[in-house]
Design a protein around this ligand. Structure first.
Ligand code: 5GP
Ligand code: MN
Length: 338
């Protein structure tokens, strides 16, 4: 995956003048960690290459401590500046997504330009919109791939503690603290090497998982106790929250992170869904999870929810009311073979 492309990447980095590192809408730990880690590395090793990390919308507060986080550009908050910057790029690095529609409006700006587009990602079914592709679905995270690319570029000994912290965050969050998506000893080896670089893994876990508000925990309690629907005959559970309910608990971006996973801890439940009304009420945000090897939520998200993702973790959108979304999901379950 890396071997044959790394030389081409090295040449592109050496010959380009301006580069944008882009990641997906509603950026998560892997999106932010891989983008900021790679950005910091490029700034240091390629000072002649102007580089910016750009996110379609703002990342949650619990990721804001990472190096360069406050220097990154947020498209939703600064559209003209981002459009101008992207128009002048000759290199665009796309991290932790597999299709330009995952960056929404920003995708159109990328398509307008003539920049060489490089994909670094671990989602299945990457689109053919990219010129150079580093794609490995067996990788735990995009951070794992970025680490390996940096090593292959000969940059291991230049890695700073800050870059190691950023890369660790993506591995930590995308594997649910090393509990899933670890398909080889590699993520552990990389984590060990990041520890050699001085990261404090306990402090990082605390910043990422223990920075929430009291109202977020109350929302989780409410959601589990009042909203969880179990459909044991289809090995399924789902929870749905309206805007009114979210606002009652002072909902902020990132607050629902992880909610969808909880029902999977119930014996016999193998697929879960979490639905909530988007801020602008134009659609329902859909998160799907499964455990085991039988149920592909990537397939469910692609077929029924205008989305995609991984075998056991996927997401998408439903266009309609929250109530209809729940009925729709129940009907979708009825026609599944399990
Ligand atoms: P989450 O449920 O945490 O938002 O997302 C879980 C996984 O599904 C992530 O790997 C994410 O990239 C992917 N995903 C989430 N939403 C979408 C979407 O709307 N479209 C696609 N293609 N993937 C999504
Ligand atoms: Mn990822």
């Amino acid at each position: 995956m890396i071997g044959s492309n790394i030389e081409a990447l090295g040449v592109l980095l050496g010959n380009s003048k301006r580069c944008a590192i882009l990641s997906h809408i509603n950026p998560d730990g892997d999106a932010v960690g891989s983008s900021l880690g790679f950005w910091s590395y490029l700034q240091k090793t390629h000072p002649e290459l102007e580089t910016k990390a750009i996110f379609p919308n703002r990342f949650p507060e619990f990721l804001a401590w990472m190096p360069l986080a406050s220097d990154s550009l947020i498209y939703a908050e600064n559209k003209d500046a981002v459009k101008g910057y992207v128009a002048g790029c000759n290199l665009i690095m796309c991290l932790d997504f597999n299709n330009l529609y995952r960056i929404e409006e920003l995708g159109a700006e990328v398509k307008k330009g003539t920049a060489t587009k490089i994909l670094i990602d671990h989602h299945p079914q990457p689109s053919d919109e990219f010129d150079l592709v580093f794609s490995n679905t067996a990788a735990s995270s995009t951070c794992e791939l970025v680490y390996k690319i940096i090593v292959a570029l000969g940059g291991r000994n230049t890695l700073t503690k800050g870059e190691a912290e950023a890369l660790y965050v993506g591995i930590l969050t995308d594997t649910g603290s090393f509990n899933h998506s670890v398909n080889s000893p590699e993520p552990f080896r990389i984590a060990a090497d990041l520890m050699e670089l001085g990261i404090d893994k306990d402090e990082i876990a605390s910043k990422v998982f223990e920075g929430y508000s009291g109202s977020r925990l109350r929302l989780l309690g409410y959601c589990l106790s009042e909203k969880m629907q179990l459909i044991p005959e289809k090995k399924a559970a789902y929870m749905a929250l309206s805007r009114e309910e979210l606002e009652r608990f002072q909902f902020k971006a990132g607050d629902a992170e992880g909610f969808v996973n909880y029902p999977l801890s119930i014996k016999g439940i193998e697929v879960t869904a979490f639905f909530y009304e988007s801020l602008d009420r134009t659609h329902i945000r859909v998160s799907l999870r499964s455990k085991g090897k039988e149920i592909s939520v990537n397939e469910l998200a692609r077929k029924y929810f205008n989305g995609g993702g991984h075998f056991n973790a996927a997401g998408g959108k439903y266009f309609g009311s929250l109530k209809n979304c729940c009925t729709y999901f129940e009907n979708v379950l009825k026609v599944q073979s399990w």
